[in-house]
Design a protein around this ligand. Structure first.
Ligand SMILES: [Zn+2]
Length: 134
């Protein structure tokens, strides 16, 4: 099994509806299409909230996410990527800075764990820091 830092526990119950969580293949979720070399996801049987796995492991990439949460994570993360790609910070320094601002531990500070509100706060913090630079 590949090494993953701070692995997130395997989900057994949906955080939104308490539904049961199953492992599903991409082709059964995405209408026959497959998007990865490791096409497995955890999916809530009841509401369809889902999350992928680290390649070649059963370790989830984050917490189960409903549609709105998936959109928020996807739309807000680029502000963070810009921070360390163009902001003169290493990725781990950027995560440490963001964790401090959000009041989270390093293990808690991960886009795959953020709820919608945290996504928005993190995006605004990153964009604000970039905006404050010449
Ligand atoms: Zn659910």
């Amino acid at each position: 099994m590949a090494r993953v830092r701070d692995p997130i526990p395997v989900p057994t119950e949906c955080p939104y509806c308490s539904g049961q969580v199953s492992i599903m293949h991409h082709r059964d979720i995405y209408d026959g299409r497959v998007f990865s070399d490791w096409p497995w996801m955890y999916v809530c049987d009841h509401c369809g909230a889902r999350v992928g796995m680290h390649p070649f492991t059963n370790i989830p990439l984050g917490t189960l996410a409903d549609e709105a949460t998936r959109v928020a994570r996807k739309n807000c993360k680029p502000a963070f990527e810009r921070l360390w790609q163009r902001g003169g910070m290493s990725r781990s320094d950027a995560y440490a800075w963001l964790a401090g601002k959000l009041g989270l531990t390093a293990a808690q500070c991960h886009w795959g764990l953020f709820d919608i509100e945290t996504c928005h706060r993190a995006r605004d913090l990153c964009a604000g820091l970039m905006g404050a630079r010449p």
